[in-house]
Design a protein. Structure first.
Ligand code: FES
Ligand code: FES
Length: 157
């Protein structure tokens, strides 16, 4: 067992304890150890945002953290955010505006957008685009995504 570290972490409100490789990323941990495959893995270099998770309330790139660093943390993945209803308005707005095509970027995009929407009552398109600039989408050209986030902010007012 010398090559493994024991990690206890709360994910989507449930506590898990696993023995993991010290080199396992947080993104691979939630996907492969916990079966939460809504967290996607793209670049594995902190560039694309597909691996976005929320760690102790902060939007985080799961590929840039080791699973061992999650010990004692509260983690939320897209599955938890969906089940709790926290991102329901954004999900509905994305569907309504057709703000996704292949969907690979969408979980990370939604979690990042939720953090932004939670901190703003209103915003302009440039600020929304800037807030989402760490999440890369190969399909949509971003217009519909910005529209969807803008619509959620408008509905809040
Ligand atoms: S897979 Fe983590 S930022 Fe691309
Ligand atoms: S919808 Fe395909 S990468 Fe964004």
């Amino acid at each position: 067992m010398d090559d493994f570290v024991r990690v206890s972490v709360t994910v989507n409100g449930r506590k898990f304890t696993r023995a993991v490789s010290p080199r396992l990323s947080a993104a691979d941990f939630v996907r492969h150890e916990l079966g939460l495959t809504g967290t996607h893995v793209g670049c594995e270099h902190g560039v694309c945002g597909a691996c976005t998770i929320v760690v102790d309330g902060s939007v985080t790139r799961g590929c840039l953290m080791f699973a061992a660093q999650l010990a004692g943390s509260e983690v939320e993945t897209i599955e938890g955010a969906s089940e709790s209803g926290r991102v329901a308005e954004l999900q509905a707005a994305f569907v309504e505006r057709n703000a996704l095509q292949c969907g690979f970027c969408t979980p990370g995009m939604i979690l990042t957008a939720a953090e932004f929407v939670g901190r703003h009552q209103e915003s302009n398109r440039a600020e929304i685009r800037e807030a989402l600039s760490g999440n890369i989408c190969r399909c949509t050209g971003y217009e519909a995504i910005v529209d969807a986030v803008e619509n959620v902010l408008k509905a809040k007012r």
